[in-house]
Write a protein that binds this ligand. Structure first.
Ligand code: OOG
Ligand code: NI
Length: 447
């Protein structure tokens, strides 16, 4: 058959198309992109070490295209079909996040590329949540929501046909891929018209805002698209200058000399006009903007320490005092690449320098990389955290639910049910980082 486009190229096209669509739909997203571009430029101009580090790790090129988005779906079939759609773009489900513990009636995974080369090419990620209808306590309302969801198809017929073609042919030709990207985009478009009347919307909204958001529309609109900044504190400071009001506190770890995991902030969801079935109109708040700063991926040991310190620190009311408090609490977390490596708290990717390469025969499987690093034969680069944080995600959800943190819903972790809906198991993020680290050691002859 004719030449097929790679999954990496399809993902690249799709993420660009999604970004263009969201920029049209939510003009503040364009402002956010401008702000992040300004901040990143200033950081790179003033910090040549960081510039070189990013360039060496091949991260500079991806920085400008790097985005994550988020969607919420209502049924197992929708989730399983999304899994098929994202597979065509080289994205696999990684991680399981149970947000019901934070009073949000969903559980989630992140679709993202997993291979080193694919991540370098374009690390586009979609945080995808499945509504847990069983957490609606009124049985009649629960049944009604299920009925409404059963009637919709969030995928266009052409999109479904192209997914079949992809699976039969083992790929898509360039024109088919273009068609696929255009059709796939329709699933994530914003619709002003709800599929339900005002009363139904209000009843579902009353139960939980998120339930109304998932159930009442013909598609699963993308609710934010997040660029990556190199200095989130600066971005947070500048947001109001750009006419954007940030949420109160930056989620995640404090500012560090070796950035950890993921720090995030967002602006509040927009109140947007909607048209209910039966001609009455109203408003709906769902879509918002978010900025993130990514740092090093932690090992299970590092992550346990992070979780412990974060819960010790609690949640602050204003950002300044919260960050100061976090700084204090996180003094217990080593803050140098050497200590993070030595104590096995974070993941690194190893590379031979040209001198190291010339001395390959002196490096043996099982050798400690540290002396080689000190001799300039080996470079250890932090592995970037490519995933999400449940506490932060809950904070982002909450700040967009009007801040009242409707915590009436509750439920137990239900990973098996999620994977059954998805039609496969989610990948374990820790194994992915570990494998990346081991592969790099093997390439250096250290394993
Ligand atoms: C997803 C919120 C979580 C993140 O970056 O942690 C998220 C949503 O509101 O649907 O996007
Ligand atoms: Ni997000």
């Amino acid at each position: 058959m004719a030449h097929t486009l790679s999954a990496d190229d399809i993902r690249e096209e799709f993420s660009q198309a999604m970004s263009a669509m969201y920029q049209q739909e939510v003009p503040q997203y364009g402002t956010l992109l401008a702000l992040v571009a300004d901040v990143n430029l200033a950081v790179l101009e003033n910090n040549t070490r960081l510039y070189e580090q990013l360039a060496n790790a091949d991260e500079l090129a991806r920085l400008n295209v790097e985005r994550h988005g988020a969607i919420r779906v209502g049924t197992a079939q929708e989730l399983a079909t999304l899994c098929r759609m994202f597979a065509i773009m080289g994205m696999s489900p990684v991680g399981y996040y149970d947000l019901s513990v934070a009073g949000v009636p969903v559980h989630s995974t992140a679709f993202r590329p997993v291979e080193d080369a694919a991540l370098q090419h374009n690390p586009f990620r979609i945080f995808t949540s499945l509504l847990r209808l069983e957490l609606i306590d009124d049985p009649a309302l629960r049944q009604k929501a299920a009925q409404i969801l059963a009637q919709r198809d969030i995928f266009t017929p052409r999109c479904r046909a192209l997914m079949d073609i992809h699976d039969e042919q083992g790929g898509l030709t360039a024109p088919q891929a273009q068609d696929f990207v255009r059709e796939a985009l329709e699933t994530f478009r914003w619709h002003r018209h709800t599929t339900v009347d005002k009363e139904t919307y209000q009843a579902l909204h009353q139960q939980h805002r998120l339930i109304a958001d998932v159930v009442c529309f013909p598609g699963c609109h993308i609710n934010h698209l997040t660029p990556r900044t190199l200095d989130i504190d600066r971005a947070q400071e500048l947001m109001s200058d750009y006419g954007i009001e940030p949420k109160a506190v930056i989620e995640g770890p404090p500012r560090r000399s070796v950035p950890l995991l993921l720090r995030q902030t967002s602006f509040k969801a927009l109140e947007e006009p909607v048209q209910f079935a039966g001609e009455s109109s109203g408003t709906h708040t769902a879509r918002f903007g978010e900025i993130e700063q990514r740092g090093i991926a932690l090992t299970p040991k590092g992550r346990a320490l992070y979780d412990k310190l974060l819960s010790e620190a609690g949640v602050g009311k204003d950002n300044l005092s919260h960050q100061q408090h976090l700084q204090e609490v996180f003094k217990a977390f080593p803050d140098s690449e050497f200590l993070l490596r030595q104590q096995g708290l974070a993941w690194f990717r190893y590379r031979l320098t040209p001198i190291g390469d010339a001395h390959r025969q002196a490096i043996h499987p099982g050798d400690d990389p540290q002396p080689f690093i000190e001799r300039g034969w080996v470079i250890a680069q932090p592995i970037t955290y490519e995933d999400f944080l449940p506490v932060s995600a809950a904070g982002i959800f909450q700040s967009n639910l009007g801040g009242d943190g409707q915590t009436r819903t509750h439920g137990n972790a239900s990973r098996d049910a999620f994977e059954a809906a998805l039609g496969r198991q989610v990948l374990d993020e820790f194994s992915l980082y570990e494998e990346a680290s081991l592969r790099s050691k093997r390439r250096c002859g250290l394993l």
